[in-house]
Design a protein around this ligand. Structure first.
Ligand code: IMP
Length: 195
């Protein structure tokens, strides 16, 4: 069964393809389809934004669609960057710009800087609407470390680890990440429902 993954973020696409590898489902991303659609994330929650993406892409292709909205929530910053994680330091900013902004903002707070990554994953096929949430807890550090992954990975050390996610291999990230948790739960529900 083919499912379109409503994302052009290559980091996410790699992760989600790996999660669904060797399952009943073949994941085709917007990137694979050469579709550069820009879906406005106007929701106030990860859930609202994930639904906006899934619905927009389902309306174009009329095929079962997966989407996720995710981000970083930092305790001392009252949950920011939250739903604006991707554009925390402005439109067209880089991952590095965002990391620098977070490090600067946290410099006035004592360590540890507790944080969590959150992912809300959704499936929509015009009839069934399924949602699941995954979280990864950890701390933010003062400098970027590692070049794997994307986004805030180089400044985030998961609880129980000594390395940042940017220093972990993708296979390991895929065992522990917020997205692994939300999409594994979703995969299980889809397997029970459709297989
Ligand atoms: P989205 O594509 O709208 O879900 O935005 C997600 C943003 O949250 C990304 O651009 C990153 O800034 C951040 N983010 C989400 N998941 C991760 C992750 O696994 N590692 C690092 N940053 C992430």
């Amino acid at each position: 069964m083919k499912i379109i993954f409503a994302s052009q973020n290559l980091g996410k696409v790699k992760e989600v393809k790996a999660i669904f590898n060797n399952s009943h489902f073949e994941i085709i991303s917007l990137y694979d389809l050469g579709n550069k659609i820009d879906i406005e994330e106007t929701g106030l929650t990860f859930s609202e934004n994930a639904w906006l993406k899934a619905k927009a892409v389902y309306d174009i292709y009329n095929e079962p669609t997966l989407a996720d909205d995710s981000g970083l929530m930092i305790e001392q910053l009252d949950g920011r960057p939250g739903v604006i994680s991707a554009r925390y330091s402005g439109e067209n900013c880089t991952f590095k710009d965002n990391n620098v902004k977070v490090i600067n903002e946290l410099s006035k707070f004592p360590e540890p800087h507790k944080a969590k990554f959150v992912s809300t994953a959704v499936y929509y096929d015009g009839k069934n609407r399924i949602e699941s949430v995954g979280e990864l807890h950890g701390v933010i550090i003062k400098e970027e470390k590692g070049t794997n992954g994307f986004g805030y990975d180089p400044i985030f050390i998961p609880d129980g680890f000594e390395q940042t996610v940017g220093e972990l291999e993708l296979d390991l990230k895929n065992e522990i990440s917020h997205r692994a948790k939300s999409f594994e739960k979703l995969k299980k529900i889809l397997l029970e429902k459709f297989c």
